[in-house]
Design a protein around this ligand. Sequence first.
Ligand SMILES: Cc1cc2nc3c(=O)[nH]c(=O)nc-3n(C[C@H](O)[C@H](O)[C@H](O)COP(=O)(O)O)c2cc1C
Length: 164
Amino acid sequence: MTVLVAYATHSGATRTVAETLVETLRAEGLDPVLADVAEDPDPAGHDAAILGSAVRVESFEKSFVTWVSRHRARIDEVPVALFSCSGSAADPAKGGRQKATDDFLERTGIAPVAVKNFPGWVLMDRIPVHEQLLLKSMRTPTGDFRDLPAVAAWAREIAPGLSG
Ligand SMILES: Cc1cc2nc3c(=O)[nH]c(=O)nc-3n(C[C@H](O)[C@H](O)[C@H](O)COP(=O)(O)O)c2cc1C
C-alpha cells in the first residue's frame, strides 16, 4: 500500500521529520511517497496519508491549509495522520499540545487516526532577516530541538492504523 507523506516547510525542519517518517514506514513494509505541498501532490491513488506542517505565528503554513482544502474530498476517503513541527513543542509547559494544530483540526473538522506535535528547530541562518528580528524581539529560544528517534517511534506506532 502507498502512503503519501505530504509536508509544508519554511526553514526545513518539517522536511527532515517527513523524511524520517518515510524511512521508518519503508522499514515497516509500507510504500511511502514523500512530497512537498508546494509541488501540489495528488493524494488520489494513495491508500493513506500523513500530513504535516511547520508552525509560524501560531498557525499552519498557508500553503498547507490551501493544499488540504483543494484535496479535501480525497483526504476524507483515506486514513490520515497529522503532525506539526514547531519551536515550542519541546516545552513541557505545552503538555504536547499545539494551538496551531488544535485550531486547524477545529476549523477543518478533519478527523485523523493520529495527531502529533513534534519539535523542530529555530535556526537564524535559515530564516529571513525580518523574521530573525521578530523572533529576537520575542526572545524565542534558538537551537535544534528535533527528536528524530521519537518521530520514528511514532511512525512505527501509527503504521498499523494507516494500513486500515
Ligand atoms: C517567523 C516565525 C514564527 C514562528 N512562530 C512560532 C509559533 O508561533 N509557535 C511555535 O511553536 N514556533 C514558532 N516558530 C518556530 C517554527 O515552528 C520552527 O522553526 C519550526 O522548525 C518550523 O518548521 P520548518 O523549519 O519546517 O519551517 C516560528 C518560526 C518563525 C521563523
